[in-house]
Design a protein around this ligand. Structure first.
Ligand code: URA
Length: 186
């Protein structure tokens, strides 16, 4: 574990811990406030993120930005990252060995940021952070507290693009997050 950002960021440069390094254009480490109380964790970079080296800048990201706007959250005040930092080919779900190879970077990010709330976007984030026994369908919308961090699992924004009905639940879940976040900040 690294106790400062510079060392952590240097440690991931040229990472070859898994085969996702072969086709990546850029490592998408994460973006935002390194002292954020609120953190969002997605699955892995898509094509746009791979090109720009930034998380959630494609279609799913635009949806998130709309939600943030509606909720009164500024992207600069939160921290956003993913389970894997390199794009899985054709946006497939990261394999367990890829997620495992990458998880120490995420653990280290969480240790340095010390967020009070973490939103888990979709099944991949939920299962890799809280355990394979969790189901996104059953867990979403419910707070799960572990080691002083409050986790809110919800749908991955890409799922909303495929199923409009999930938008209402996503919005409800994020409303709960904002309420808690405001409580913590005041
Ligand atoms: N989907 C993700 O899970 N992460 C991104 O950064 C973009 C799309």
């Amino acid at each position: 574990m690294y106790n400062n950002w510079e060392e952590l960021e240097n440690s991931i440069k040229n990472c070859k811990k898994c085969k996702l390094c072969i086709e990546r254009k850029n490592i998408v480490f994460g973006e935002g406030n390194k002292k954020a109380n609120l953190m969002f964790i997605g699955e892995g970079p898509g094509a746009d993120e791979d090109i720009q080296g930034l998380p959630f800048v494609g279609k799913a990201g635009q949806l998130m930005d709309k939600a943030f706007q509606g909720l009164g959250i500024k992207r600069q005040e939160i921290y956003i990252t993913n389970i894997v930092k390199c794009r899985p080919p054709l946006n497939r779900v990261p394999e367990d060995n890829e997620a495992e190879a990458c998880l120490n970077y995420l653990r280290n990010q969480v240790i340095l940021i010390k967020p009070k709330i973490i939103v888990l976007l979709g099944s991949t984030a939920l299962k890799n952070i809280l355990g394979k026994e969790y189901s996104i369908t059953l867990s979403r919308g419910n707070w799960i507290e572990q080691k002083g961090i409050k986790y809110m699992p919800t749908w991955h924004p890409a799922a909303l693009l495929r199923d409009e009905n999930k938008k209402v639940e996503f919005w409800k879940d994020l409303k709960q997050v904002v309420e808690k976040y405001n409580e913590i900040n005041y």
